[in-house]
Design a binder for this molecule. Structure first.
Ligand SMILES: Nc1ncnc2c1ncn2[C@@H]1O[C@H](COP(=O)(O)OP(=O)(O)OP(=O)(O)O)[C@@H](O)[C@H]1O
Ligand SMILES: N[C@@H](CCO)C(=O)O
Length: 302
């Protein structure tokens, strides 16, 4: 007879998404993590352990309801605590660390064992897009596909990336909620803005998959979301330009911001980080630069 767990800790990586013009499609897991600990308690509602955890209450309630519905089991009560290094509301997939942590935790506590792709499908429905959900749960560089009519998650093609490829994520000390940042996007795009964005995205994906990272140089030209979002982040555009001038292959606005990220050979990553931070300082913002490698593991139950 199997005994059900009463407490579990789930580790979920942060992630960068869009990766230029791959809006709502490309996601890449990074070696920066949050841990979400769930413990069974009486009742049928989620309870935050600390006041800071309570900021995620609505997200945790939605995730729990979606899990219990998908698993077709009776809801049970649990407490949750979120720890780790992924900064909230900075474009590094913090919401998926919370949503994924709750889904993975309930999966383990209930013994239901939904698959990784099933968890991505639930997280995609909650987030409204699959990019961070696929990367955070499955790990690696992910190209995620949704049904064109319903928007429901269909599948992800993922590749693993080597330790030597550095992702310099520089976060100004400004929170940017995805919901608000999506609100500044236009309803329609000029046709050739879409064409130029497709050209850049297809080439970037091919370079990532082939492992010919030198070919990433200057590959990102995004007309899908950066022109509308970057002007709201003082120093954001200059930080990418400075990172590339310091030796990075290319760079992009990470998710919906406020983090900007450059991809670089590890040998020049320190120089790239200094250049990016200097651009934010010049614009009057303090920032944190993190030199990260890709995470190829995704969500793990500890
Ligand atoms: N450590 C945390 N503690 C509590 N709540 C958190 C934590 N991290 C994230 N959250 C929840 O996630 C929200 C931020 O999600 P949002 O989608 O706006 O940003 P993000 O996921 O960091 O960025 P992006 O989706 O662009 O990568 C917070 O407002 C909070 O509800
Ligand atoms: N694709 C999403 C990622 C952030 O959650 C966006 O850019 O709004």
């Amino acid at each position: 007879m199997s005994t059900l767990l009463s407490t579990v800790t789930v580790r979920v990586p942060g992630s960068t998404s869009n990766c230029g013009a791959g809006f709502d499609t490309l996601g890449l897991a990074l070696q920066i993590y949050n841990q979400v600990t769930l413990t069974r308690v009486d009742g049928d509602a989620p309870r935050p352990v600390t006041a800071a955890d309570g900021r995620a209450q609505a997200m945790v309630e939605t995730s729990a309801a979606a899990f219990f519905a998908a698993a077709r089991i009776r809801p049970f009560g649990f407490s949750y605590q979120i720890t780790g290094d992924v900064p909230p509301a900075r474009g590094l997939g913090s919401s998926v660390t919370v949503i994924g942590g709750v889904l993975g935790g309930l999966n383990a506590l209930s013994g239901v064992s939904l698959s990784g792709h099933q968890l991505v499908a639930i997280a995609t429905a909650i987030e409204g897009h699959p990019d961070n959900a696929a990367a955070g749960i499955l790990g690696g560089f992910c190209v995620a596909r949704c049904d064109a009519t319903t928007g429901a998650y269909v599948d992800t093609v993922r590749v693993e990336l080597p330790e030597e490829l550095a992702f310099v994520a520089t976060s100004p000390d400004v929170e940017m909620l995805t919901k608000e940042s999506r609100g500044v996007l236009p309803a329609t795009l000029p046709y050739f803005d879409a064409v130029k964005s497709i050209n850049s995205t297809a080439y970037l994906v091919a370079a990532m998959v082939s492992g010919e990272y030198e070919r990433l140089r200057h590959s990102v030209t995004d007309y899908m979301h950066e022109p509308y979002r970057l002007p709201r982040i003082p120093g954001g555009r200059s930080a990418i330009t400075a990172g590339v001038a310091a030796g990075a292959y290319t760079g992009w606005l990470s998710g919906s911001g406020s983090t900007v990220l450059c991809v670089a050979p590890k040998s020049v990553a320190g120089e790239v980080a200094r250049a990016m931070q200097a651009a934010f300082t010049e614009a009057g913002l303090t920032s944190t630069a993190r030199v990260l490698s890709a995470d190829n593991t995704g969500l793990t139950v500890e």
